[in-house]
Ligand binder design. Structure first.
Ligand SMILES: [Zn+2]
Ligand SMILES: [Zn+2]
Length: 295
């Protein structure tokens, strides 16, 4: 029997499965489907709130724009709060996440990129996480990418115990509100958060428009941006990796940026690393440097 092309081309299917991660993923997906049969508006509202806390405060503003790229400065306690929010997304601890993402920026779409769709769309989305040779299992190789986080006792500690906050949250929900809220607030919400984050690795390196002629396949995707609180403006991001603002035009919705601006207003964030030079947009639509500057 001939194998369909996707199985031949996609790197996922040539690698051994990493069973611990895979079984958790299967369990969470079953939980997410089961949640659909236990609907209530209250449970849905809780799921949306936790999606924003984990996805926007945690992954977008915390793990990505603060810890990985240091696009702005914030007090340590804010950094720690955002990091704990990030663990709620069940994407691992900050050390592995940040190192993997820095590796992606260093080797985008080349040898050594942990999740390039050149190795297959499914690989870029999920395969790189659930297979045995996945980069995040090679913790020793990742260490040189995170010298400053390894010096922080907090980040070393939370990276080891990254699964504790979501477990405690699940227990609190179970005791206070019951199983329905656990199914929506933990299982359904986490699975939505994982897939939307993964879309940044898969979809925004395959589909969308390119404002900047970067040496990679990064794209700007409106729908991925809507699902990831602004992370979908990925071509903008590869062109200006340190910028804490990814949606560079006013119409490019970027809730993570609005959150960082809100922190600035109350003096809990400063020293924004916004692009300084004039940037030329597609269709001769020039965005001036002032448009990027926080007022
Ligand atoms: Zn990328
Ligand atoms: Zn990045």
């Amino acid at each position: 029997m001939r194998m369909p092309a996707i199985f031949k081309r996609d790197k996922t299917f040539g690698q051994p499965v990493e069973w611990v991660t895979t079984l958790f993923m299967i369990l969470f997906h079953i939980g997410a489907i089961a949640a659909l049969f236990m609907f209530s508006w209250g449970a849905l509202a809780l799921a949306v709130l936790l999606w924003w806390i984990a996805g926007s405060l945690g992954i977008g503003m915390g793990y990505h724009r603060l810890l990985t790229h240091r696009g702005y400065k914030a007090p340590k306690w804010i950094e720690y709060v955002l990091t704990v929010c990030g663990t709620l997304a069940l994407e691992g601890g900050p050390i592995a996440w940040v190192a993997t993402h820095r590796l992606h920026h260093q080797n985008t779409d080349k040898e050594g990129d942990p999740h390039s769709p050149r190795d297959g769309g499914f690989w870029a989305h999920t395969g790189w996480i659930i297979t045995g040779k996945a980069i995040h299992n090679k913790s020793q190789e990742l260490l040189p990418y995170v010298p400053e986080l390894r010096k922080s006792k907090f980040h070393v500690w939370i990276s080891k115990w990254h699964w504790v906050p979501i477990s405690v949250l699940g227990l609190i929900l179970l005791v206070s509100l019951g199983w329905q809220y656990v199914m929506w607030g933990i299982f359904f919400r986490t699975v939505i958060g994982l897939h939307t984050t993964w879309l940044v690795n898969s979809a925004t390196h395959m589909w969308g428009s390119r404002r900047f002629p970067t040496h990679d396949t990064s794209r700007n995707s409106f729908w991925v941006a809507m699902l990831t609180f602004g992370e979908g403006w990925h071509n903008n991001h590869h062109a200006h990796p340190q910028s804490p603002r990814h949606g560079l035009a006013w119409y490019e919705f970027d809730l993570n940026w609005y959150g960082i601006r809100a922190l600035c207003l109350v003096h809990l964030a400063w020293d924004l690393k916004l692009p300084q030079r004039k940037l030329r947009a597609k269709n001769n639509d020039t965005i001036s440097a002032q448009a990027f500057q926080a007022k």
